[in-house]
Design a binder for this molecule. Structure first.
Ligand code: ADP
Ligand code: ZN
Length: 433
């Protein structure tokens, strides 16, 4: 029942490129001929499908962004008649008004199959019980994982978000082996379990976390593993791609982007030019098979790089490294670029620090100030002021070294910062621009 397609997944890279080129060419002809939106765009950019003579020529095509989907709300960028649409979802609206995405029957099939391949590459299958703790509904997370988990023959527990105590009971009672969630929900679940006197590590069979939907660092992954005994696999997707679609394989060293489904480019967000191979930049994706809502050179806004080394698992499709952040959640503090993921990475390497933090940026006069509120672990929290001051100093020093900009650190008691069941928000930016 697993979905393993070695003929495609292990295809020699040159063949994969040839396949991508053919799909790209077909896509561009289809859109030029049948989509008013794309026809107008290509005309405006003075490019005709005949001009695409190799994969490199893709750079002649104009970029697309969330703004195009917002301007075309709800479905002006769709490329099929209404009667071919079988489902709608919406983005979670992290960066503005949620956009609507639509699917044909083939779109649902390709989405399901992609994620099912990914789950198989992790080693999941019919012996697994997979609890889906992503939100079901308009958000693509819950239903996306649901379909893929069923496809590989696993037993699915459609828990959705919330009611955490009940979720923990189900994990115990049904022998859940894997769970799809945001990394922050995984942590929350661990805390609630502890309060109930249950150790996820010792009292349950949960061993695999299908984690994503928000940036999370390797250090966070290590913490989840040490504390809960759950190996976290990074899962990636956005509503525009269909939903969660790609993940790390058993190597846990980068996310395979199925090349028959998607063509990846990494650009310099300032110039729009490709960065050198292996360098970090903004990811741009073209979905090669999508029908209802095609995406061509879409600027997703996520920052990552492509790992040029072949993956030891034998799959030849490009691997992207951990998402570093979004172009739009990069904070500029006193002229220095700061990503919340860097702060998380630094904090998680300090043993006394708990899993939750918040960054508050303000402007006093003309000067930006950054305050980092940090939850201390229960066992490290003491009323010994000298000890607490020492920890605070150490954190401030480490942050300054890694970010190149100073921050005031405030230690707070365990359990006092906000928890999120869906995507977490690490930053409060109070500045007015
Ligand atoms: P939005 O949040 O933009 O409204 P989505 O609900 O489609 O729309 O969320 C997609 C976004 O979630 C991605 O662009 C990315 O920023 C974030 N995301 C998803 N998976 C991951 C991951 N594994 N690591 C980091 N960020 C992720
Ligand atoms: Zn691999």
């Amino acid at each position: 029942m697993v979905v393993w397609e070695p003929r495609i997944e292990n295809m020699p890279p040159e063949e994969l490129e040839a396949l991508q080129y053919r799909s790209m060419k077909t896509l561009v002809y289809r859109l030029y001929s049948f989509s008013e939106f794309y026809h107008a765009r290509m005309r405006a950019a003075n490019v005709h499908p005949d001009d695409i003579r190799s994969l490199k020529d893709v750079t002649k095509l104009p970029f697309m962004s969330k703004k195009d989907l917002r301007d075309g709300y709800p479905d002006k960028t769709f490329a099929v008649p209404r009667k071919e649409v079988v489902r709608y979802h919406a983005s979670s609206g992290t960066t503005g008004k949620p956009t609507i995405v639509g699917y044909t029957k083939n779109d649902i099939e390709n989405w399901t199959n992609s994620l099912a391949r990914s789950l198989t590459s992790i080693g999941l299958g019919p012996n697994d019980v997979i609890q889906i703790s992503n939100t079901y509904g308009l958000f693509t997370g819950g239903i996306g994982f649901h379909y893929a988990a069923e496809r590989i023959g696993a037993a699915v527990v459609p828990a959705s978000t919330g009611n955490t105590e009940r979720q923990i009971e189900l994990i115990q009672d049904l022998g859940v082996t894997a769970m799809a969630a945001t990394p922050s929900y995984m942590l929350h679940l661990g805390e609630v379990a502890e309060r109930m006197g249950i150790s996820i590590k010792n009292d349950t069979k949960l061993r695999v976390g299908l984690l994503g939907a928000e940036p999370w660092s390797i250090k966070m992954r290590d913490r989840i593993e040490d504390w809960l005994g759950v190996k976290g696999y990074n899962c990636y997707g956005t509503s525009e791609l269909s939903g969660p679609m790609f993940s790390e394989c058993s190597e846990r060293d980068g996310i395979h982007i199925w090349g028959d489904m998607a063509y990846v480019e990494i650009i310099d967000p300032e110039t729009g030019e490709h960065v050198a191979p292996g360098e970090k930049g903004e990811m741009v994706l073209t979905m090669l098979q999508k029908e209802a809502l095609p995406i061509v050179r879409f600027r997703i806004g996520d920052i990552t790089s492509i790992d040029p080394e072949p993956c030891p698992c034998g799959r030849t499709h490009p691997r992207i490294r951990r998402i570093f952040g979004r172009v739009d959640d990069m904070l500029i503090v006193r002229g220095i670029n700061v990503f919340p993921s860097q702060v998380q990475h630094t904090l998680m390497s300090i043993p006394e620090v708990g899993e939750h933090f918040q960054i508050i940026v303000e402007r006093k006069g003309t000067l930006d100030t950054m305050l980092v509120k940090v939850e201390i672990k229960k066992e490290a929290f003491t009323d010994n002021i000298v000890k607490l001051m020492e920890i605070r100093e150490r954190i401030a020093h480490r942050l300054k070294n890694s970010l190149n900009v100073g921050a005031t650190v405030e230690l707070v008691e365990p359990g006092t910062l906000p928890r999120y069941e869906g995507k977490s928000r690490f930053v409060v930016d109070k500045r007015e621009f």
